[in-house]
Each structure stands twice: as C-alpha cells, then as structure tokens.
Design a protein around this ligand. Structure first.
Ligand SMILES: *[C@@H]1O[C@H](CO)[C@@H](O)[C@H](O)[C@H]1NC(C)=O
Ligand SMILES: *[C@@H]1O[C@H](CO)[C@@H](O)[C@H](O)[C@H]1NC(C)=O
Ligand SMILES: *[C@@H]1O[C@H](CO)[C@@H](O)[C@H](O)[C@H]1NC(C)=O
Ligand SMILES: *[C@@H]1O[C@H](CO)[C@@H](O)[C@H](O)[C@H]1NC(C)=O
Ligand SMILES: *[C@@H]1O[C@H](CO)[C@@H](O)[C@H](O)[C@H]1NC(C)=O
Ligand SMILES: *[C@@H]1O[C@H](CO)[C@@H](O)[C@H](O)[C@H]1NC(C)=O
Length: 233
C-alpha cells in the first residue's frame, strides 16, 4: 500500500518538475532559426540565442507572416557584434497550440527566417506553407514594444540558462543598462516606446522567474518527500 502511494507521489512530483528549456539559435551562420521547428509542452521555455548581426524574434499568426500578432512576443532588435549575445530572450509556452515566429529585420522574414513551435501534425498549416506565404509579404513590421518574454544571461561556456534569482529583476536592455554586458543586446531601436513599455515586461519576467523558483521548491520538496516515504516504507 505504502509502496503504491510512494509510486503515485513520485509520479506526481516527476511531472511537476519536468518543464524544460529548448534553445533556438537566431542567425547562427545565416538567416535562420536553428532549429526552425521545435515541440514544447505547456510550461516549457524556449530560449532564443542571438548571433550576429541584428535580428529579432516576433510572434505572428499563421495567416499573417512577417507581421506581429496582437499580444504576441517581440524580442526587439538584438545587434550582436559577436555571438552568442550575452542575453537570451526566453518565452514560456502556455499550451501546445502552434506558435509561429519571424525575424522583423529588413527582408529576413521573406528570405525564410521563420520558425514554429508545435507545428500542427496534420493539415496544411506547415512551416513550409508559412515560409512560402512570407515570401509574398511586401514589408515586415515590428511592434513598438518589447513584449512577451524575459532577457536572461547566457553562460557562454555552457548554453544552459541561468535562472533569474528574483521576480522582476530582469528588464529591457534599454531600461536597465546594468543588465546588459555587451553592445550586442542593445534594444534602443525599439523606439520612443521603450521607456513607456518598461512597466509590462517585468510582470512577465516575474512569471518566468517565479516558475523556475517554483521548480526548485518542488524539486526540494520531492527530495524531502522521497526521503520521508523511504523511511515509512
Ligand atoms: C550592428 O552594429 C554594428 C556596429 O555596432 C554595425 O556596423 C552593423 O551595421 C549593425 N548591423 C545591423 C544589421 O544593423
Ligand atoms: C488548406 O486547407 C484548407 C481546408 O482544408 C483549404 O481551405 C485551404 O485552401 C488550404 N490552403 C492551402 C494553402 O493549401
Ligand atoms: C528549416 O530548417 C531546415 C534545416 O536547416 C532546412 O532544411 C529547412 O529548409 C528549413 N525550413 C524552412 C521552411 O525554412
Ligand atoms: C568559462 O571557462 C573558463 C575557462 O575554463 C573560465 O575561466 C570561466 O570562468 C568560465 N566562465 C563561466 C561564465 O563559467
Ligand atoms: C552545462 O550545465 C549543465 C547543468 O548545470 C550540466 O549538466 C552540463 O554538463 C554542462 N555542460 C557543459 C558542456 O559544461
Ligand atoms: C538594428 O536594426 C534596426 C532596424 O533596422 C535599426 O533601427 C537599429 O539601429 C539596428 N541596431 C544597431 C545597433 O545597428
């Protein structure tokens, strides 16, 4: 009986700590996202790591490539003079519905700099279809404000991300020069809105960082619970 209970508890704890971070390289050796198709579960993070030169990652809807989706994410322009840029842009995936994205620089989107998280398994909404529609878009557009993600320092020896220690500590590069360690992370081109926008992202940053704190707490609880169950059994 107690063994069954311990198995159930272990399974629950395992599912609670399984969120992962998926890395996507932006502009590493060309106008590409690498990989350009990824699969993520709800709660997983996707970390965009920026290479030279000056790219963005913007969410779009399938039917409207190279144009920002309302309430979608936008990294701002990250002009990395050498790669990878010291800050990565990290989004948290809320569910398994498809997330389409593109680079808003010049004609990068039209040239195939597009990607998808959770491409539909059936039907004709494929990345290839999105990319071919993108070719026909006359001009890419960008939102005026960075949104929908958090900047997180990259450990250059190891592409594993470093958890943000406290909610709200991460902010726009333009709003917090101290958070930027290379010129590559400048987002000054996000326009006049960058000052006014500095109220929205810290909330989202808080969500992401409290999630990782929660994961640690749950992991710690798992160890304690596991030990307790072991003693009882
Ligand atoms: C990125 O910045 C460098 C100088 O910091 C500049 O020479 C280069 O043209 C910029 N690249 C783009 C694509 O804006
Ligand atoms: C995709 O499928 C839908 C419905 O099956 C159809 O209406 C649409 O024309 C198709 N689009 C393309 C690009 O083939
Ligand atoms: C996605 O990336 C793969 C591997 O680099 C490439 O072969 C493919 O053409 C890309 N797909 C699109 C639609 O750009
Ligand atoms: C990276 O590795 C070098 C050499 O092993 C070491 O000196 C440096 O402290 C490391 N940097 C980080 C951020 O871990
Ligand atoms: C990167 O960090 C992870 C987690 O700390 C560790 O498991 C992995 O071995 C590291 N990789 C390298 C190449 O140092
Ligand atoms: C990056 O590109 C944007 C849009 O073309 C431009 O406004 C900005 O000045 C560029 N940034 C740098 C540092 O060159």
């Amino acid at each position: 009986m107690s063994m069954i209970r311990s198995l159930v508890v272990s399974a629950l704890l395992a599912s609670a700590v399984s969120a992962k971070t998926i890395e996507v390289k932006v502009g590493d050796g060309g106008l590409t996202y690498s990989p350009n198709k990824t699969t993520a579960d709800a709660g997983d993070e996707v970390a965009f790591i920026f290479y030279p030169q000056n790219h963005t990652v913007n969410q779009a809807s399938f039917s409207n490539p190279c144009r920002p989706q309302k309430d979608g994410f936008f990294s701002g322009f990250i002009n990395s003079t050498f790669g990878p840029a010291s800050n990565q842009f990290v989004i948290t995936v809320k569910d398994t519905s498809p997330i389409w994205f593109y680079c808003g620089q010049a004609a990068h989107c039209q040239a195939g700099m597009v990607g998808v998280i959770n491409e539909p398994k059936t039907g004709n909404k494929t990345l290839e279809a999105f990319a071919s529609k993108a070719k026909t878009v006359s001009k890419s557009e960008n939102p005026s404000e960075i949104a929908g993600g958090v900047f997180r320092p990259l450990n250059k020896n190891n592409s594993t991300s470093i958890p943000v220690p406290s909610p709200g500590s991460s902010t726009y590069p333009s709003g917090s020069p101290a958070a930027v360690s290379t010129p590559g992370t400048s987002a000054s081109n996000s326009g006049s809105s960058s000052t006014s926008s500095s109220t929205s992202t810290p909330t989202k940053a808080g969500d992401a960082s409290s999630l990782s704190l929660k994961s640690w707490i749950v992991a710690a609880a798992a160890v304690v619970a596991g030990t307790a169950i072991y003693i009882v059994v």
